[in-house]
Design a binder for this molecule. Sequence first.
Ligand code: ADP
Ligand code: MG
Length: 153
Amino acid sequence: TNSVSGVLADEAATLELGGRLARASGPGLVVHLLGDLGAGKTTFSRGFLQGLGHHGRVKSPTYTLVESYPLADFTVHHFDLYRFADPEEWDDAGFRDLFGPDATCLVEWPDKAGGLLPAADIVLELVPAGNSRTYRLQAITLAGQQCLNRLST
Ligand code: ADP
Ligand code: MG
């Protein structure tokens, strides 16, 4: 499956989609989250983490740029690069080392990192539509396609 799209009627639907994608995924997946402020990127990430059994808080990494969640089987790194300004910070902060086969990375505002960010396996775009949202999940790599296959069965 290359692409899955639909409508998310409310916050619960966004959480549910995040949970379903998480359970269809394996470690090492890179997901880029596109959409304006308030589109639901952090809500989706919260659902993703809850879908992997995380019970604690999921706070927006607006100021910290990344929040990391060591879960039972692998770690999820949740980035918000909205305030990312200095490409040197990418290496200084060791962000590059957070990407690899053992970790899943969810990235809000991927464009802010320019070419520094590892390529996405899946891109999610969220668009406000009245009081709800529309979404489109697009697989970029084979790993992304396999994940969307599991999602839609
Ligand atoms: P972002 O991280 O994209 O800036 P957030 O997830 O922080 O967005 O905030 C999204 C806001 O929209 C929250 O108030 C959330 O409750 C709400 N929301 C999330 N998904 C939906 C949806 N499908 N329909 C309506 N409201 C939603
Ligand atoms: Mg956010």
